[in-house]
Design a protein around this ligand. Structure first.
Ligand code: NAD
Length: 481
């Protein structure tokens, strides 16, 4: 049977100019069977052996750096960031190759039970056999690699399905992978959409999912029915709190990079700003001034600062939220309407006069919109920032680090950048969790990112006479009474 085919849109031209097969459930079954077999040898290679393969993979990825960057540039409509994404992914391969062996040897412990000292124990780390990694379109390569590399370093095999919206980078990635056959046997990459993703979850031992809350809920329900762990990294509605003594140009610069930099298409984009009323007008002016200097990349030569929207339908979500705010009395100081030139560009948009019951303050926008609310008391800012179903990350700006830290400690999110924004986007070695609806299942960053793929098996060695059966029987109780 010929596989179903999915068409892929070019975000810059708007043309549907690429196709991928939708991998069938039968093929997923065949691949997971093969991965299950191959994982045995991969685990037996040991941490050092696996690290050696990963380092070779990094070399092969370097050889594909240009094609990877080019494919990502077409996938996402971003040029500079596409190069950065490819380089960062290679750095990540090297990081795990370097760190995993020592982390794994430190975790394999042996000792004596404090409770029953005659029992000695040894811990063995047992990786999941097959891990599914399902990733989104906004940072296609990096988000496909983060979980995959940690799982592979831990000794698991991986079945990876990148998003069907941005699959062009898979070809150069697969070329690099094919030149490291040991790794190619335990990292299989499939193309397809939701149906392929669902077929994966039914056949693996753990699932890592990065994507929307809506899909994350479905993934976690299916994983629960299969009795496998689901590691979920989902959406966000990150707040920024600006205290009255903050460096306003710095805050504006950081917020712009976070909220607008990837055309707002990042989970950790700042999407709400709470600014102290004493400086709100000045901050807003500074923000609009800085934003006014930015241009869209919609000209013929592609020059400019703001790339097109990757996912066509995202424009409807963004516009619905902006229109809802305007209909309820908000003021649009900048932007507010898409520009269509083949692809769809959304200009930096600043909204004031917003209230918390508007969609723009409640739902993930995933677009370059900055709504601003002025606050009087810090308690009010903290309460509004926490008034969300999300809990991914946040930012606090103040000249007084202690004051910023005091606010940060009370925000119900997993990571807070102080006097900068979205630092989790560039710092991958510090552990953090996603709170509330933004995810679950342990940190994907730092050592925990590796350890979550390992179960601990205890070997318990009795060094004395085993206890007699009477200890566990009624008659023994009678004897001791
Ligand atoms: P999405 O949920 O639509 O799709 C993500 C992936 O899941 C895709 O590969 C898709 O094919 C697959 N999929 C869809 N339905 C499925 C199902 N029922 N079972 C299994 N797989 C299924 O997300 P998206 O639109 O591609 O990505 C944008 C979202 O991702 C945003 O909400 C963003 O905040 C979030 N995101 C989160 C992080 C994070 O680290 N927290 C990082 C990046 C993006």
């Amino acid at each position: 049977m010929t596989p179903a085919v999915l068409s892929v849109r070019n975000p810059r031209t708007g043309e549907w100019d690429y196709q991928i097969p939708a991998t069938s459930a039968e093929e997923i079954q065949r691949l997971t069977d093969s991965l299950r077999d191959e994982q045995v040898g991969w685990r037996a290679l040991g941490a050092e052996g696996r690290a050696h393969c990963l380092n070779r993979f990094a070399e092969e990825m370097m050889a594909e750096l240009e094609p990877l960057g080019q494919a990502l540039a077409v996938d996402t409509g971003r040029t500079t960031f596409a190069q950065f994404e490819a380089v960062k992914s290679i750095e990540l391969i090297r990081m795990w190759a370097e760190r995993a062996p020592s982390l794994l040897s430190e975790a394999e412990r042996s000792g004596q039970s404090a409770q029953v000292p005659t029992v000695h124990y040894q811990h063995r780390l047992v990786p999941y056999s097959v891990v599914a990694v399902i990733s989104p379109w906004n940072v296609p390569l990096l988000l496909a690699m983060i979980d995959s590399l940690a799982a592979l370093s831990a000794g698991c095999s991986v079945l990876l399905k990148p998003s069907e919206v941005t699959p062009r980078f898979i070809a150069p990635l697969q070329r690099a992978l094919d030149r490291v056959p040991e790794l190619a046997a335990v990292l299989r990459i499939v193309t397809g959409g939701p149906e392929t993703g669902k077929a994966m979850i039914d056949r693996v031992d753990a699932v890592c999912f990065t994507g929307s809350v809506r899909t994350g809920r479905q993934v976690s329900q299916q994983a629960a029915a299969c009795f496998i762990p689901a590691f979920l990294e989902l959406g966000g509605k990150d707040p920024a709190v600006i205290l009255p003594d903050a460096d306003l140009p710095l805050a504006a610069r950081a917020i712009i990079r976070s909220a607008i930099g990837m055309t707002g298409q990042a989970c950790q984009s700042l999407e709400r700003v709470y600014c102290h009323e004493a400086v709100c007008e000045r901050f807003t002016r500074e923000l609009v001034d800085q934003l006014s200097a930015l241009t869209l990349t919609c000209s013929e030569d592609g020059a400019g600062d703001i790339a097109p929207l990757i996912f066509e339908k995202q424009v409807d979500t963004i516009q619905a939220q902006v229109d809802d705010a305007l209909a309820q009395g908000a003021t649009c100081l900048l932007g507010g309407k898409p520009v269509r030139k083949g692809g769809i560009w959304y200009p930096p948009t600043v909204l004031t006069g917003v209230t918390h019951d508007m969609l723009i303050m409640q739902e993930e926008t995933f677009g370059p919109v900055i709504p601003i609310i002025a606050f009087k008391e810090i308690e009010q800012a903290i309460s509004l920032a926490n008034h969300s179903t999300f809990g991914l990350s946040a930012a606090v700006f103040s000249a007084d680090r202690d004051a910023a830290m005091a606010v940060a400690e009370r925000l119900e999110v997993g990571a807070i950048s102080i006097n900068d924004a979205s630092l989790t986007g560039i710092v991958n070695d510090v552990e953090k969790n996603s709170f509330r609806g933004s995810g679950m299942g342990g940190s994907r960053m730092g050592p925990a990112g590796l350890m979550r793929f390992l179960r601990k098996r205890a070997l318990l060695i009795q060094t004395a006479e085993p206890a007699a059966i009477q200890l566990f029987s009624d008659s023994a109780q009678e004897v001791s009474q």
